[in-house]
Design a protein. Structure first.
Length: 559
C-alpha cells in the first residue's frame, strides 16, 4: 500500500473500496479492535456461526502468520494477512478466501500464496484517491511508477498537478461515476474508471482505478476491438473504413494569433461533450478542426461519421441521416438500413454545410439534439443514441435566421461551442510555414525533390488574396511541384496566372528584348525596395551610381 493520511474521510473511502473486493475483508486496529468487516465476510459469519467464530480465531492468535489455512466440514478457508503501513495507528488487513471442499486447487499452499498475492497486487494496482477538493490522499506505488512521479511527494498535491488530463476533481464535484473512460497520459492512452465516494449522502472523495495502463495491454484490447469492427463491417456494412478521424491538432499548422485562438478554443471543446459549430470560409480547414476535436475527446475510440448536407438530395436526406425500416418506401432494402446517426452511436457525427439543410430536416435534427433519440423512416419506435454533433458552415447563419431560412432554436442548439476559423488572408504570417509544409508533403508523395521556392514567388504568394484559402494554397503548391523540374527552384514561372497577375508568353521574343525587360524590372523592383534611394539601389545591384543612372536614363526611369 502507499502512504495514507489517517483521517476519517479517507478511511471511509478505503473501506468503501475494500467492500468491493471479491473476497472477505477484515481490518484490525491496534491488534485488538475490529475496525472493519465487509458484507461478504459478515454474511459468512452469520451463515456459519457454529463452525466459524471470529473471536475464537483472534483469541487463538491464528492470524499471526502471513497465511493461515482453516479446514471446515463443508469448506476450506485461506486467510492472508497484510499490514497497512504509514498510518498513525497500526492496521492489519486480513483477506478470507472461501472454497468448496470439492475444489482442491487451493489445498496446495504454493498456489494459495501466489493466487492471494496476485489478487492483492491487482486490487491496488494503479489506484488513486482524492478528497473533496481534489487533493491526493493515496497513490499506489504502481501508479506513481507509471506516471513517473515520486509517490511520497505526490501525496497532498492537487490531482491535476500529478496526473495528466485527469477528471478525478470533476467526479468529486459532479458526484457522477465515469466508467471505462479513455485518458491520455504521456502520449499514450489508458482506460480508467473514476467513482465518487459517499458518506451520509455527501461526496467525501473519489477513487480512480486504471483498467489498462500500458501499451501492450491497450494494444491487445484495440486489436480485439478492431477485429470485431472488421467483422461487423463484413456482415452488416454499417461501419466503413472512411468513418474515422484522420487528423489531430498537430496537423493544424499556423502561429498567427487568430489561428492559435481558434485552435485553443477547439482544444477546450474537445474536453467536453457539447455540440460544436465551426464557422469559416470555404477551404479554411473546418473538417480538420472537426477531426482534431474528435481525436482529442473521450470519443476518440468511437467512429467519426462525415455527412455533407449539401451533397445529399433533399428527398433522401432523412433516410440517410436516420435510416429506414423494411418496406417503408419503394426500393427499401430488406431488413431496413441504419442511418448516419445510428452508425455514429458512441462517437461523433460531422455535419458539414449545415446551412444547406432544408427547413423540414432542421426540425427533425432539432428533435434529435434535444431528445437524444432517432426514429427511422417508416418506424413508430424511437431509438436512443449517444452521438456528439459537430456542425460546420461557410454561410452566415444569423442572416439566414433573420430571413427565415434557418431555425433560431436549432442555431442556438448547435452553437453551444462556436469556433470562428480565420481565413488565410487574416493569417498571412502563416503562409510561409504552410508553403513549407505542403512542399514537404507533396515531395514525399511525388518522390520528387526541389530546391524550395525563391523569394519573389514567396512574396507573390504572400500578397495574394486567397479566396480559396488553405485548400487553394495546397492546390497551387501541388501544381508547382508537377511543373518544376527535379532539383530546380520554384519561381513565379511555376505559379498560375491569378498569382502572378500576368499570362505566360506564348510567342518567342528576341533574347535582347527579354534581357532589356528583365534589366528594367530589376531596377524598378530594387528602387521600390530602397524607397527610391539610388545609392542603395546601385549597391544592391552591384553597379556604380554612374552605371545605374545610365541604365535608368535608357529605360526612361529618370524624371
Amino acid at each position: 500500500m502507499g502512504m495514507i493520511k489517517d483521517d476519517s474521510n479517507l478511511l471511509f473511502i478505503m473501506k468503501a473500496f475494500l467492500e468491493r473486493l471479491p473476497f472477505g475483508v477484515l481490518m484490525i486496529k491496534n491488534e485488538k479492535e475490529v475496525f472493519f468487516c465487509n458484507q461478504l465476510l459478515s454474511k459468512h459469519f452469520e451463515e456459519n456461526a457454529m463452525e466459524f467464530n471470529l473471536s475464537i480465531i483472534l483469541e487463538r492468535n491464528m492470524l499471526l502468520e502471513t497465511t493461515t489455512h482453516i479446514h471446515l466440514p463443508n469448506k476450506d478457508v485461506v486467510i492472508r494477512k497484510m499490514q497497512l503501513e504509514e498510518l498513525e495507528d497500526v492496521y492489519h488487513l486480513y483477506l478470507f478466501s472461501f472454497t468448496n471442499a470439492s475444489n482442491r486447487l487451493l489445498n496446495i499452499e504454493e498456489n494459495q500464496e501466489i493466487l492471494l498475492k496476485d489478487m492483492m497486487e491487482s486490487a491496488y494496482d494503479g489506484l488513486v484517491m482524492v478528497d473533496t477538493d481534489g487533493y491526493i490522499q493515496l497513490l499506489t506505488q504502481a501508479y506513481a511508477d507509471f506516471l513517473g512521479v515520486d509517490q511520497k511527494s505526490a501525496i497532498g498535491k492537487h490531482v491535476t498537478e500529478v496526473i495528466e488530463n485527469t477528471r478525478m476533481h470533476v467526479v468529486v464535484k459532479t458526484g457522477k461515476q465515469e466508467t471505462a473512460e479513455l485518458q491520455k497520459i504521456n502520449k499514450n492512452y489508458i482506460i480508467a474508471t473514476r467513482s465518487p465516494m459517499f458518506k451520509q449522502g455527501k461526496v467525501v472523495g473519489a477513487v480512480g482505478k486504471i483498467l489498462f495502463k500500458n501499451v501492450g495491454q491497450f494494444t491487445a484490447l484495440f486489436k480485439r476491438l478492431r477485429s470485431l469492427e472488421i467483422e461487423l463491417k463484413k456482415y452488416k456494412g454499417d461501419f466503413r473504413e472512411s468513418n474515422k478521424a484522420s487528423y489531430t491538432f498537430d496537423d493544424l499548422i499556423g502561429s498567427s494569433p487568430s489561428f492559435i485562438d481558434a485552435k485553443n478554443q477547439a482544444k477546450k471543446a474537445s474536453r467536453g461533450d457539447s455540440n460544436v459549430l465551426l464557422l469559416g470560409e470555404t477551404g479554411t480547414g473546418k473538417e480538420l478542426f472537426a477531426h482534431s476535436i474528435h481525436n482529442e475527446s473521450r470519443r476518440a475510440m468511437g467512429v467519426f461519421v462525415k455527412v455533407n448536407c449539401a451533397a445529399i438530395p433533399a428527398e433522401l436526406l432523412e433516410s440517410e441521416l436516420f435510416g429506414y425500416e423494411e418496406g417503408s418506401f419503394t426500393g427499401a432494402k430488406k431488413g431496413g438500413k441504419a442511418g448516419k446517426f445510428e452508425a455514429a452511436d458512441g462517437g461523433t457525427i460531422f455535419l458539414d454545410e449545415i446551412g444547406e439543410l432544408p427547413i423540414h430536416m432542421q426540425v427533425k435534427l432539432l428533435r434529435v439534439l434535444q431528445e437524444k433519440e432517432i426514429e427511422r423512416v417508416g418506424s413508430t419506435v424511437s431509438t436512443p443514441i449517444d452521438v456528439r454533433v459537430i456542425a460546420a458552415t461557410n454561410r452566415n447563419l444569423e442572416e439566414m435566421v433573420e430571413k427565415g431560412e434557418f431555425r433560431l432554436d436549432l442555431f442556438y442548439r448547435l452553437k453551444v461551442m462556436e469556433i470562428n476559423i480565420p481565413s488565410l488572408k487574416e493569417r498571412k504570417q502563416d503562409i510561409e510555414t504552410l508553403v513549407s509544409y505542403f512542399l514537404n508533403k507533396y515531395e514525399q508523395i511525388m518522390k520528387k525533390h526541389v530546391q524550395r521556392i525563391n523569394d519573389h514567388a514567396q512574396r507573390l504568394l504572400t500578397v495574394y488574396s486567397w479566396p480559396g484559402n488553405i485548400r487553394e494554397l495546397e492546390n497551387i503548391i501541388e501544381r508547382a511541384l508537377n511543373i518544376v523540374d527535379e532539383g530546380d527552384v520554384i519561381t513565379p514561372h511555376h505559379l498560375p496566372e491569378e498569382i502572378t497577375g500576368q499570362k505566360e508568353e506564348i510567342i518567342a521574343r528576341p533574347l535582347a528584348d527579354l534581357l532589356e525587360e528583365t534589366e528594367r524590372n530589376a531596377i524598378v523592383a530594387c528602387l521600390k525596395l530602397t524607397n527610391g534611394n539610388k545609392s542603395e539601389t546601385a549597391k544592391q545591384l552591384k553597379v556604380s551610381r554612374t552605371t545605374l543612372y545610365e541604365k535608368m536614363n535608357k529605360h526612361g526611369l529618370l524624371l
